[in-house]
Design a protein around this ligand. Sequence first.
Ligand code: FAD
Length: 463
Amino acid sequence: MAEEKNYDVIVLGGGPAGYVAAIKASQLGGKAALIEKSKVGGTCLNRGCIPTKTYIKNAETIEQMKKAKERGIIIKDPSFTLDMKKVIDYKNNVVKTLTNGVEGLLRSYGVEIYPGEGILLEGKKVQIDGSKMIQGNAIIYAGGSKVSKLPIEGINSSLILTSDEILDLEEIPKQFIIIGGGVVGVEMAEIFNVYGSQVTIIELCDCILPMMDKEISMGLTSKLKAKGISILTNTKLEKFEEDTDILRCYLSSGEVVACNKALLSIGRVSDLSGLGNVKLKMSSGKVKVDEYMRTSIEGIYAPGDINGKVMLAHAAFKMGETAAQNAMGSNVKADLRFVPSCVYTLPEIGSVGLTEEEAREEYDICIGKFNFAGNGRALASQEAEGFVKVIGDKKYGEILGVHILGSAATEMINEAAVLMASEITLEEAAEYIHGHPTYAEAFMEACADALGQCIHLPKKNSK
Ligand code: FAD
């Protein structure tokens, strides 16, 4: 075994939680090491956020081309084909640019990168690839997550893919079944539908995106159905059967649906492969942490997907930063109350805070709504689908939740999150001057509507 090297902070895992933690620890004057068994950037840059968004942009471009005629733009031959090799190359180039950028950042801060699998051992030691051993004053265990598999018959068929493989598929499946109508499932449904597949989503719950505000979920359901995507809710997948190039999916309804490829998108579980002989307290298979990202063992922190608190890249950034600050001697909490959720469908979804259903259980609420059909920028852009819904507390005017279905929803939701975190009331939010014409005006109008004061909505009949 090679000689031990000592660091202030050792980060295990180079995804959004890990690489941010390593940079932050360095910024705070720490000597930091980062161990990554696959590629720096983690799920987000290599297999998640960025590749999927590159693909959704292709889908959006195709939809825009199809809609151009309505605007008087005549494209001579409106048919299109996808050169999947080039589509994949383009996606890989975007990924490479970003992962190179992150590696460059880490180097610029003097973080020592160890490629290889790290195993966490007692005494804040980490063994790398069974040979090197390094030791830290603090450990940041940011191993992230991996796809979860269904323990059912036929699951090992090569026709069943996960999000790890689907974005390198060179042939678009004619019949494509998506198991799980969560965020990954609906984004893939949107992409593959536009790319030319006949898509069916199979969802166990009574609606797709079951954790979202019902009105948003129903709104997206009708948009997806209108595009020809089949959605089977309240449906359990019982088993798969492979028959040469065809996969049969046996459903709880008694129906059997066939496809050329299926995507398993039923969620993710913590990747605990790096946990050696260290006995960290767990909660439902995830590493248990407090708001400071502290685990049950002093000096070991676990930010990001591995703790399952909020499995999103931007939440992982914040948790990684917090872990590094605390590892370097601070005492700060990661405030995850106002983390926006973004779904990159066409139209998009942006959501923060309580759903209407959750808010009703706790508060006397008021609701404001503004449709993009009344927004100048949206109409001019041929993006007038959807709405902004604001949920407020009647008594104090607190903004409890904001849910947006619309073309710029994932950008707009950041304003709502910032205002909510700043404890800005509905009244104050409705007063801020917004640029015109912008999609964001619809948020201001929805806040005013919650107060019954929206200028650009007709007078409401008093009951
Ligand atoms: P990860 O990104 O999983 O990184 C963990 C890293 O640790 C990995 O690189 C892994 O190789 C490494 N590692 C694990 N164990 C070891 C070990 N023993 N030794 C060395 N290295 C190890 N989130 C969003 O916010 N927006 C999106 O649009 C979005 N889209 C997504 C799309 C898909 C298809 C998927 C799957 C996820 C998406 N996510 C999105 C979620 C997002 O990718 C994760 O929340 C985020 O990557 C979590 O960051 P992390 O650092 O905690 O973990």
